[in-house]
Ligand binder design. Structure first.
Ligand code: PMV
Length: 310
């Protein structure tokens, strides 16, 4: 059986994380400099095998524990494909997307796995099925994913996303530049999402008001992006970051990176993703990108990625 390979990009949420879980709109874009890759090939034996050197995994598939996320992911693919021949496979997974850091590593592995495995078995899945599958897999990690991660990664294009509605492609009338900086703190999304839910259930009116405000910012941001005036996003990023602080999903390291980026000339900056660690984004002009990136490293960022959104 011929080998099959697939890759999927990372992502950043520009506006609207957390509030998107509660039905408010959010905007996200793919980050093509970082990728998850999955190669599926004939194992040369009658048993399926899985390798993921990044996490020290090299094992027959059947020896993974029943709740191993990668076994659950493979099972979701076989369930979606339904009955039919599924020859043994050697699955090799690698990724340059840091884990648990708000850049969509889990969804990117799911998307690449679904595409490579379904193609290997001769029944390639459509984008919509791949996205749905990555959503179901994400549910294994945290029960209430909004669906934005799987959508932006499966379709690999900027998206305007409202939970439960078909996504809309976000049209960027003028390109803009982001510097993404990693605190180096790994922070599982489920914990931050769970804490926000607890607080929301204790004081729904306070949290609904914050989510409303974040939703309004996302709406305003879409207008500026579609009008080709991305510089106007800067103050909106600041406002969104403050609201995320109010939700208690920032942390001193993220706040320090946000302040350093601003001092170095960024137009705006905010945490991105689940928060409590992971990554932040800074909106920059191309000529200030380098200064902002080096200020971020000096302020403790483990690494930075400069990316152009278009
Ligand atoms: O941390 P990430 O990249 O998985 O992003 C999570 C975004 C949240 O809004 C916090 C959760 C969700 O499911 O949308």
């Amino acid at each position: 059986m011929p080998a099959s390979e697939s890759s999927a990009p990372g992502k950043v949420i520009l506006f609207g994380e957390h509030a998107v879980v509660y039905g408010r709109p959010a905007l996200a874009v793919p980050v093509n400099q970082i990728k998850a890759r999955v190669l599926v090939e004939d194992p040369g034996q009658n048993e399926s095998w899985i390798e993921a050197p990044d996490i020290g995994l090299n094992s027959p598939l059947k020896e993974l524990s029943a709740d191993h996320p990668l076994l659950l992911a493979v099972q979701q693919v076989t369930t979606m494909l339904g009955p039919g021949p599924q020859a043994p496979a050697r699955i090799k997974i690698s990724s340059t997307i840091p884990i648990a850091s708000g850049l969509g590593s889990g969804a990117a592995v799911s998307v690449a796995l679904a595409r490579a495995l379904s193609a290997y078995w001769g029944r390639p899945l459509a984008d919509e099925q791949v996205s749905e599958l990555a959503y179901r897999i994400d549910q294994n990690y945290h029960g209430t994913p909004s669906g934005i991660d799987n959508t932006v990664i499966a379709y690999a294009q900027p998206v305007w996303y409202v939970r439960g509605q078909p996504f809309e492609r976000l049209f960027c009338a003028a390109p803009f530049h982001l510097v993404i900086a990693d605190t180096g703190i790994s922070s599982p999304t489920a914990a931050a999402v769970g804490d926000v839910r607890r607080r929301w259930s204790e004081a729904p009116e306070i949290y609904e008001a914050i989510f409303d405000r974040i939703g309004e910012i996302a709406c305003q941001a879409r207008k500026w992006i579609e009008a080709g005036q991305p510089d106007e996003l800067g103050p909106l990023m600041q406002a969104n970051h403050t609201l995320l602080q109010n939700l208690d999903v920032s942390c001193p390291e993220l706040d320090r990176l946000v302040s350093s980026a601003m001092r170095a000339g960024a137009l705006g900056a905010k945490l991105c993703g689940g928060g409590r660690g992971g990554n932040m984004i800074a909106l920059v002009r191309p000529e200030t990108a380098e200064a902002v990136a080096s200020a971020l490293v000096q302020a403790g960022a483990r690494r930075t990625i400069s990316t152009r959104v278009e």
